[in-house]
Design a protein around this ligand. Sequence first.
Ligand code: AMP
Length: 506
Amino acid sequence: MNIANLMAGAGCTFGENPAIAVGTDLYCTYGDLARRVATMAGRFQDRLRLEPGGRIALAMANCAQFIEILYAAWHAGLCAVPINARLHQREFRYILENSGSRCCFVTPDLEETVAPLLEDIPTLEHVICVSSSDYDALFVGDVVEMQERAPDDTAWLFYTSGTTGRPKGAMLSHRNLMAMTLSYFADIDGVTPEDCIIHAAPLSHGSGLYNFPQVAKGAKQVIPASGTFDPGEIFELIAAHRGVSFFMAPTMVKRLVNHPDSGRADTANLKTLVYGGGPMYVADLKQALACFGYKLVQVYGQGESPMTITAMSKAHHADTDHPRYEERLASVGVAHTVVEVRVCDAEDRPLPPGEPGEVLVRGDSVMTGYWDNPEATERSLKGGWLHTGDVGVFDADGFLTLKDRSNDLIISGGVNVYPREVEEILLLHEGVQEVSVIGRPHPEWGEEVVAFVVRAADRGVVEEELDTLCLDNIARFKRPRAYCFVDHLPKNNYGKILKTELREWL
Ligand code: AMP
């Protein structure tokens, strides 16, 4: 089983179809792309002397070459190590060393950062810029046969975003990626050769993982020409392409909705907007639904079970008459078809609906382990179940609502306060742009609730208003005892709020 079969198949069946476009310009068809991939794979073998199982890293902004390098690596039996392009040199060094990558591809913007690492990382032998003649030379010569891979061989080393501690490399096998691809068709959306995905989010993460269903069906991959997330450009691309889908973090969806073009843009060509990777607050979701209609799908996953723990379908979003519609909007939907999901107590015993506990996952999409880290693997996959570290609760219909990471739970006076619940309420206030709630040590209560608030630019808000809002909506003990008004919230490179840093701010 080699996931690169999807590309070979698309080259054969959908050879004339556009495979990659940059903005609105065609980069290549599937026929061209499959040939480029099989040629490059040959040069990985005969010129770079890379053996099956070896690692190739990609420290690259979103670009067309990203996709051909990924598939060439798999075609040659190698493992790809896509790295978030916005990391610090220190973090690139760590991941390149930890993964033992012998070759790293870079986009021009990252060449200066990564090339010097050749001198201090003994295992790293080549840094190749995609705009260099060295890169072009990889397409000269014969195509080679695809290498056979076992289903459990690692295809993608997915470094976790590391909101705490060092990133760990989740080993995603060919089987994992295939299961994820099939679950897209089962739980997210159908794809036709006339469709496309616009890679607005990093290809090293969720958007890149969603290349597979599109390749499998000969649909087009569109790379925004800017290589970054620019809401104005995204609206233009939606108007220019047909059958458009996306993966976006909730913060990106919010930026689109708040953009001045959102009211007047023509979004008729938008087919599916998948959001996930972090909490989507109900107030923001309602605004997004008002803006785009019932084209939203939510996904909850993590690097360790890529894009596949639960999903909330378009139909669920549109089921406004359901008696528990509001609660459902605050949930992450129901288990993906390819996995079993449980909520368990500290001894891994399943809990009944209504009782919060850790979310555990088992199935073909769950990683085989962490690269070179047997202790973390053992902890994470204890008993054959992935321990997500997320706290969640099922309702009687199988909808999972995430509370918070277990580390973020606040225990005040012996009672649990889930920050998310307080954040949802504070966000109901028009004067609140962003909010994050954490616990602060308290001599009597153990911890007390503190809220960091970013005010909306056009509307002020004061502490008393927020206090009243909380008193009207949640139990007294959950309301923040202090508010810190700040200009921005600290975020990591994936846009996730760093509560560890907020604790330091305190
Ligand atoms: P990563 O491995 O970087 O993708 O991060 C995965 C983590 O992001 C999960 O364990 C959750 O804590 C969080 N997450 C992912 N999807 C969602 C979602 N739909 N809603 C809330 N949190 C999410």
